[in-house]
Structures are given as C-alpha cells and as structure tokens.
Write a protein that binds this ligand. Structure first.
Ligand SMILES: [Zn+2]
Length: 473
C-alpha cells in the first residue's frame, strides 16, 4: 500500500512539473500557427565548429504540439532554444542531432560544411535562437545564437507552393495532437510510383506491428510525397554504381558502404514541407542492404532488401527517440572514446553507479546488475560473422549471399540467447553503442542490437513512448 502511494505521489509530482513548465507558454500568445524554418550552414573541423545563416522561411502550418512546447527529455548531441527577447521566457526547445555531428565524430581532419534546418512555431515577436552542444560531461553549453525578428526583411513569409504530389496513408486527426510522419522516396521513376505507394504501405504497416507503436497507432498520421527520378536506383559508390536523383540519396556516407544518407538538406526540407510533418523518413528504391537514422532529422532504408522491415524500424528508432545502437561488433565509422561519463542516450548506460541505473524501476528485484550472459561466446561468433561480411562486400557478391549470412547469424544467436536465464528480464547486459566493454543495454536482445526479433528492449520502449506523448498532447 505504502509503495503504491509513493509511486502515485512521484507520478503526480512529475506530471505537475511537466504541466507547470509547459503551461507557462501560451501558444496563441506567442505564435501564429505557422512554422518558421531557419536554414544555416554548419561548418568546421574535428576540433571546431561555426554557423552561418542561409535563409529564414515559412515552412507551412505548425504540425507539432501546441501544449508541449518544451523538450524535457534531454536527448541529442545538440539542443536549440527559442526565447522571447522582451521577457527572456523560454518558448520552445528541442534536442536534435546532425550530419555535421556524425561527420565530426569520424575524426576526418579536413573542413566540412553541412546544411541544416531548425523548425519551430512562427513567433509573433522577436525571439532569440540559441544552439547548444554537449560538453565533455554531457551538459549542454550555448555555442551559437541569433535574434530573429519575424518582421525583418531577412525573414521570407511567403507560402511554399509545392509542385510535388502527396498522398495520405494514415489520417487519424489534427496535426497538433498527433505524431505526423512524412515519407519521401528516392530512386523511384514515374513508372515505379505504384511501387513507392506499395513500399510506403508495407513499411508503415510493419512499424505498427511493433510495440509501443502498435498500441499507439491512433496517435499517428502518415503522409507521403512523390519525387519521381529519371532513372531507377540511387548512388552506390562502393560497387561503382553512380547516379543522380532528386533527393541525392547515396550509400557510402562517411565511406561506410551500408550507410545511406542525403546531404541535400535544402531539397529534402522543401519536399518534406509539401505536407505538415514532425518526422521524416526516406525510402530508397534499392535492394542493397542499407539505411541510416539521425535524431530529429530523418531516417532512411533500402526498400527491397530481405531485412528492409527490420532496418526501417531500427533506423526510425534513431530518428524518432534518439536511441543508441546497441550493437558493437560490426564496423562503424565512429571512433568511440573510453566511457568516463554516463551517455545521454536513453537505452545505454555506463553503469558508473549501479544503484542509480537509469532504468532501475524496470528491473525486477532479484535480477543481478550487471546481468550475466554468454558474452564471450556471442562476441567470438559475431566478430567471425563481421569478418565474413567484410570479405563478401569486398568480393561484391550478389545480395542473396549477404542475406544468407545474416540468416545464419540470426539462427545461431537466437539459439544462443534462448538458453539464457535472463533472456526476458530487464537488467544491465554488457556491450552496446559500439563498445564491447564498459557500456550496458537493458535487455539481452532488442531491435537496436540484432536482427533477431521485432521487439524493443524495455528502455527503448519507454524512450519511444515518451516521444509519442510529447507530440500527441
Ligand atoms: Zn533497446
């Protein structure tokens, strides 16, 4: 009884502070109902970064919540704030990640410039836009700011007249109380538009077979925009297949053969704004295994691979809820440093203080933390698979051979995990976020870890639910 009342009190208090903070921002007092989009260039090296304004535009009706304007989830490498210059009131905030941030983590010694956009409700009066970035201790520190006067000549309020065709796939209601997803497609010719419609249906349906999306389907709208391409397929530099498409999707981002991104943010944003949206997904008309996902920017997937459904849900996890990869044995372009501070990602922990495990409330009494599992057996097997994978890619074999390798990997790891005493328990299992040691995940298996099952671990499930709540109130 006592336990229940304490839990209730905690819930009541956190709900109250959430409402209080957000209640301080009266939407119609500060905003018009349109979306302001600030486009800028993000330039730098591995050691420094700079911002320069490109343009400020009207991105159409505001699709986000009108009541939950402040982001209290503390996710992303970057964070931006909109404050009223007259009263210094915080009006809107959001965590995000960027291609620049990914590029910077590769340690490339040259200079890089990437185009980025920030979208927020169109202010009635001048506001200050501040971009913050995590410091070495993962605290946010301001690195750039500018004042935006909505009446000034540098702000272009004209309405976008999109020439692209769009279609709704799921319509559940008002944009302000629903999560609005826009799906774009690249490498589909005009003759392949029926296939694009079919791919949108197949992959969207898949997302809503997985919890917590499944139970919350009524909180989503999904719309798609057509951008027909002159030829079929996208750019694939590793096997020497070169192509130019409307959205400039390309495999080989940061020289990783399976990492598919577009750096043409200006075009992506103009196309996406054809419909109201909170989150963007891009389908690639290709069979070659690949995709990518960047928090609050977009996620991508090759639509015709045997594992497309899996990749779609996995990559959307990065984009939607800032989930970390839980795998660590495959090659990635990042150079992870030793873990000395707690990661901000909701689904991995450094377990610096097991008593303060961030998903402690999800762990049943009696489950050891850290939680034992056959890690050595898994690591030996998994590093062997990665070696075979590299050899197959280098030999440029047909995609079927790669898919067979992944099927073999899946079969063996499912058998291995099936024996584990804690296979269905929440705990702290070592290995995650590209680190073989020193980082822990909340369950033995998860969509962010393996291709075994379409099921998120408890930490990921909660992290996704929290974002759905933010956009559906
Ligand atoms: Zn997970």
């Amino acid at each position: 009884m006592k336990k229940i009342s304490i839990l209730f009190l905690t819930l009541a208090l956190s709900a109250q502070s959430f409402a209080q903070k957000n209640a301080s921002v009266n939407f119609s007092r500060y905003f018009t109902g349109l979306t302001m989009r600030v486009d800028y260039f993000h330039t730098g090296t591995a050691a420094e970064e700079h911002f320069s304004l490109d343009r400020i535009l009207n991105d159409g009706p505001w699709a986000g919540s009108e009541t939950v304007l402040l982001d209290e989830l503390n996710r992303g490498l970057y964070f931006f704030k909109i404050t009223d210059t007259a009263t210094n009131t915080l009006l809107y905030s959001r965590g995000f990640a960027s291609v620049f941030g990914e590029w910077q983590s590769t340690g490339d010694p040259s200079w890089g410039t990437f185009h980025e956009s920030l979208r927020f409700p169109w202010p009635l009066l001048p506001v200050k836009l501040t971009i913050e970035k995590r410091d070495a201790k993962n605290n946010f520190v301001a690195i750039w700011s500018m004042v935006v006067d909505p009446k000034s000549r540098i702000v272009n309020p004209s309405v976008l007249k999109s020439t692209y065709k769009s279609f709704p796939y799921i319509e559940n209601g008002k944009t302000s109380t629903h999560v609005d997803i826009v799906i774009l497609g690249d490498g589909y010719t005009a003759a392949e538009m029926d296939k694009f419609h079919k791919d949108v249906a197949t992959l969207t349906d898949e997302l809503f077979t997985v919890e917590p999306y499944k139970s919350r389907k009524a909180d989503f709208n999904v719309r798609a925009v057509e951008t027909p391409s002159a030829s079929s397929g996208v750019n694939k530099p590793h096997p020497g297949v070169f192509n130019r498409t409307p959205l400039s999707m390309s495999y080989g981002a940061f020289d990783s053969e399976r990492y598919a991104l577009s750096y043409d943010n200006r075009t992506l944003r103009d196309v996406a704004a054809t419909v109201p949206y909170d989150y963007m997904f891009i389908l690639i008309n290709e069979r070659t295994y690949g995709g990518g996902g960047i928090f609050n920017l977009y996620s991508t997937v090759a639509a015709d691979n045997k594992f497309s459904k899996y990749i779609f849900v996995h990559e959307f996890g990065h984009c939607f809820a800032a989930l970390a990869d839980e795998y660590y044995t495959s090659d990635v372009s990042y150079q992870p440093a030793a873990v000395t501070v707690e990661p901000w990602e909701p689904n991995v922990t450094a377990l610096l203080d097991p008593a303060k495990l961030k998903w402690k409330d999800l762990v049943k009494p009696g489950t050891p933390v850290p939680t034992p599992w056959d890690k050595t057996e898994f690591d030996n097997f998994s590093y062997g698979i990665q070696k075979e994978r590299r050899a197959l890619r280098a030999a440029n074999v047909p995609e079927t051979e790669m898919e067979n390798l992944f099927e073999r990997e899946k079969k063996t790891t499912l058998e291995m995990f099936g024996k584990n005493k804690y296979k269905d328990a929440a705990g702290a299992f070592e290995g995650g976020n590209y680190m073989q040691f020193g980082l822990y995940r909340s369950a033995l298996d998860c969509i962010m870890f393996t291709r075994n099952r379409q099921e998120f671990c408890p930490a990921c499930t909660r992290a996704i639910t929290e974002v759905i709540d933010m956009y559906s109130h």
